[in-house]
Ligand binder design. Structure first.
Ligand SMILES: Cc1cc2nc3c(=O)[nH]c(=O)nc-3n(C[C@H](O)[C@H](O)[C@H](O)COP(=O)(O)O)c2cc1C
Length: 287
């Protein structure tokens, strides 16, 4: 995959916030080329899940009404969107989240605004101006462009109402050994930054469904999805799987940046999950 980050990923993750109002500005042609180059190849996530992405500009040169394209008016002024496409039979939605978040962070690095949109857009309008095949669907999308520096009043209201930028403290997200002992930054040691980047990541409705348990003696970190009710383990909600993909991408990208060696695997951590509706997703085995 041709995607390299030039800047510190910690800086970029900190810089990214959801942008829902855009300036009426074109993206420069060299940047458009770079984006198309990045999106050209099919993306494969850490567990083999495949997804593809297209840059579209349906509303270009059209009335502002059309530029609200498919977003129920939540996003204003955007000329370009990146749409994330999955095959209907693709089960690994966390891998999609992983790949899409990398793209979002790359756009942030290029100075462009984005916002994950998983629910509030009209799929069929996007489908009309993209190259969606019979066996595919749009799993999520983001506008991409130059955002307004000062959010409009309505954007403030949306951000406020879903508690944007507020995040749960470490003690509610990260644990040591099992789900009863909170993990401190001190014990997380060289992995404290990677976990902090998980903590501040974006999630649907800002629900932060990720939970991580560090092994007591090794640098193995087990990632779980916390739900508010029981679901079949083989049919977890798509948005939540994307959220976990985002968490994994922040963790892995930060680990790479900090030269921490390790790999993502699926294993059986054998941790008691009876304290909540907790679903195992994956583990990082670090040196
Ligand atoms: C999978 C996913 C789906 C999302 N869907 C929507 C959406 O449909 N509409 C919207 O306005 N924001 C959506 N968001 C944006 C979140 O509300 C936002 O990321 C979160 O509140 C945190 O705010 P921040 O991105 O500014 O840090 C989505 C985020 C994720 C990760």
């Amino acid at each position: 995959m041709i995607m390299k980050f030039e800047k510190s990923i910690i800086k970029t993750i900190n810089q990214r916030t959801s942008k829902r109002a855009y300036k009426d500005l074109e993206i420069e042609s060299n940047k458009l080329q770079e984006i198309n180059q990045i999106l050209k190849k099919e993306f494969t996530g850490p567990f083999g899940g495949k997804s593809r992405f297209e840059l579209i500009s349906c509303g270009n040169n059209d009335s502002s009404e059309k530029r609200r394209l498919g977003t129920y008016g939540f996003v204003r002024g955007a000329r370009y969107f990146i749409i994330g496409i999955l095959k209907k039979e693709e089960k690994n939605i966390a891998d999609f989240g992983f790949s899409f978040e990398k793209i979002i962070l790359k756009m942030t690095e290029l100075g462009l605004g984005t916002v994950w949109l998983g629910g509030s857009f009209r799929y069929n309008q996007f489908e009309k101006c993209s190259d969606i095949k019979e066996n595919e669907y749009i799993a999520a999308t983001t506008p991409v462009g130059y955002s307004l520096e000062k959010p409009k009043a309505y954007e403030k209201i949306i951000s406020w109402s879903i508690g944007s930028r507020k995040r749960k403290p470490w003690s509610k997200l990260f644990y040591l050994g099992d789900f009863s002992t909170p993990l401190t930054k001190k014990i997380a040691g060289k992995y404290a930054s990677a976990l902090e980047m998980v903590r501040i990541g974006p999630s649907a409705r800002n629900e932060e469904p990720w939970r991580v348990v560090k092994d007591e003696t090794t640098n193995t970190f087990h990632f779980y999805l916390q739900l508010s009710r029981r679901k079949p383990a083989d049919d977890l909600p798509a948005m939540k799987q994307m959220d976990l993909g985002i968490a994994l991408s922040h963790f892995v990208l930060t680990a790479i940046d900090e030269k921490l060696k390790g790999k993502l695997v699926k294993m059986n951590p054998n941790i008691d999950t009876s304290s909540g509706y907790l679903y195992y997703i994956a583990s990082w085995i670090g040196e």
